[in-house]
Ligand binder design. Structure first.
Ligand code: THU
Length: 134
């Protein structure tokens, strides 16, 4: 169980992370915060590229940062978008979340009180993952 206080910290971290977004092409700054098994929070923002296909979403930036610090289990992912309605992670990010957090809680927040609160299982049923290779 993730406490309400921890969820609030994650939301605040995700909103703050969007301030570092590098999104000159889409002008759509996104922030993400992930909670790992140790209780640490890692953040990320979207980082775009003039070669558009290389744009990296905020969720993946945060997860790769956590993985690079040695974390291997994701408990929750919170994404903030500057919109009136919440935005669920894209398909690529769902796949990357699945690698480290197949049962992670996934919460999307935005600039209105509307929010999505779901799980990776619900967002990516029947996922291909590490166990598929055994
Ligand atoms: N983006 C994210 O960072 N996360 C999402 O959940 C949705 C999309 C980014 C990718 C790109 O930089 C911009 O938003 C527009 O798609």
């Amino acid at each position: 169980m993730i406490s309400v206080a921890t969820i609030r910290r994650l939301e605040k971290a995700a909103r703050g992370a969007a301030r570092a977004a590098y999104s000159p092409y889409s002008e759509f700054p996104v922030g993400a915060a992930v909670l790992v098994a140790s209780g640490k929070i890692f953040t990320g923002c979207n980082v775009e590229n003039a070669a558009y296909g290389l744009c990296n979403c905020a969720e993946r930036t945060a997860i790769f940062s956590a993985a690079a610090a040695g974390a291997r289990k994701l408990t929750a992912v919170v994404v903030y978008t500057p919109t009136r309605t919440p935005t669920a992670p894209c398909g690529a990010c769902r796949q990357v979340i699945n690698e480290f957090g197949p049962h992670a809680r996934v919460i999307s927040v935005c600039d209105s009180p509307a929010r999505l609160d779901t799980t990776l299982d619900a967002l990516l049923p029947g996922a291909f993952g590490p166990r598929s290779l055994l």
